[in-house]
Write a protein that binds this ligand. Structure first.
Ligand SMILES: NC(=O)c1ccc[n+]([C@@H]2O[C@H](COP(=O)([O-])OP(=O)(O)OC[C@H]3O[C@@H](n4cnc5c(N)ncnc54)[C@H](OP(=O)(O)O)[C@@H]3O)[C@@H](O)[C@H]2O)c1
Length: 344
């Protein structure tokens, strides 16, 4: 495993982090997770040298945090725990965001909701401090808490010893700059995969300029880029993978194209003695400005494979071949996709 400090903090985090969304369960992930299997997955991550775990209160409505909290007991020092604040569903404080699994969710970075969220996360996680506390989504109108006020709230949590470092997720370059102007932010987390490369335009260069660590999410496109999804794979209604806006690659026409792309890389995998998940994660980590990739896993063998991607280095010929294929698929798919999905 390789480790890199998170921004200017002293948190030395494995470059492959375990994404703990799917283990939270819930209908968005199609089926409910066996808790024992989830715990074994976290244990396997540790065995593989992963010390970086990303969760959020919304992942299974606290369940993902609680599972991590069970494993943390007695060995807190082996974990760099990243959780989040800013999605709120207790009442209507904040600005309406979406409905998830039947619950209306609000975006709230109000000091009073963050004060409740932090205590809840500490309890769920069975700890008295959180290593990296991230805003899950930036605040929006009508109840748009000013960024300076949010940074004040988060900085106070650092002063109180409840949080060690601050991160942001899903922010625009403008918003990131404002956060940086108001205090110390060490990480930025955003969607980034070989099929979703918007961050290359502004976010990755901005993070690089400021020494901010970048935590990519959905780099496996929720399983599609592992090669396990076939044309016959069916997802339950409400599963994220049926959401055409969030997951356009799962539509039959795009899926066919992606599956063909992955099949074409089998000889590369054979040559490198790796599987597709590892090839894709190694490609992700090799991109300019990417420091850490968060890979979701529900089973020990998945995290075992994903962890090994940290030590897979791709030579320039392999990178060139993959990039050429991506350019071709990009040109074809850009005609059907929103331009923000792929770089032009
Ligand atoms: N900040 C945010 O707004 C935000 C948003 C999304 C995600 N995230 C974070 O980023 C993490 C990663 O994103 P993600 O979990 O949505 O998607 P992902 O990492 O692209 O995909 C995870 C899924 O891929 C499958 N998978 C993973 N490794 C595999 C392997 N080696 N072989 C076969 N299948 C494999 C599993 O699917 P099955 O479950 O079907 O087995 C797993 O649940 C999340 O867990 C979360 O921590 C953050």
């Amino acid at each position: 495993m390789r480790y890199l400090k998170l921004g200017s903090s002293d948190l030395n985090a494995s470059v492959i982090g375990m994404g703990a969304w799917a283990i939270g369960g819930g209908s968005s992930w199609g089926s409910h997770v066996d808790d024992d299997l989830a715990i074994q997955t976290i244990e396997k991550a540790l065995d593989m040298g992963i010390n970086f775990f990303d969760t959020a209160p919304g992942y299974g409505w606290g369940h993902s945090e609680k599972l991590l909290g069970r494993v943390i007991q007695g060995r807190r020092d082996q974990f760099i725990v990243a959780t989040k604040c800013g999605l709120w569903w207790d009442d209507q404080r904040g600005s309406f965001f979406t409905v998830l699994e039947g619950r209306p969710i609000y975006r709230s970075l109000r000091p009073d909701t963050i004060a409740i969220e932090i205590e809840r996360s500490l309890k769920n996680l069975n700890t008295d401090f959180i290593d990296l506390y991230q805003i899950h989504w930036p605040a929006v109108e009508p109840e748009k808490t000013p960024i300076a006020e949010t940074m004040q709230t988060l900085t106070k949590l650092i002063d109180e010893g409840k949080v060690r470092a601050i991160g942001v997720c899903n922010v625009s370059a403008d918003e990131l700059q404002q956060y940086l102007d108001c205090g110390k932010v060490v990480t930025d987390q955003f969607r980034y995969s070989m099929l979703y490369r918007e961050a290359e335009q502004e976010i990755l260069p901005l993070c690089q300029r400021h020494g901010i660590s970048t935590l990519t999410y959905m780099s496996l496109e929720q399983g599609l880029l592992t090669g396990k999804v076939t044309m016959d794979s069916v997802f339950e209604e409400g599963d994220f993978r049926t959401n055409a806006v969030w997951n356009p690659w799962y539509s039959p026409v795009n899926r066919r194209r992606v599956i063909d792309l992955l099949e074409g890389w089998q000889p590369l995998c054979e040559k490198l003695n790796c599987n597709l998940s590892q090839l894709v994660l190694a490609w992700t980590l090799a991109q300019d400005g990417v420091t850490h990739a968060l890979a979701g896993a529900r089973r020990p063998e998945q995290i075992e494979q994903n962890a090994a991607a940290a030590d897979l280095s791709l030579d320039s010929q392999t990178l060139q071949r993959i990039n050429q294929d991506l350019l071709e698929i990009s040109a074809e798919l850009a005609q059907q996709q929103s331009p923000r999905v792929l770089p032009t």
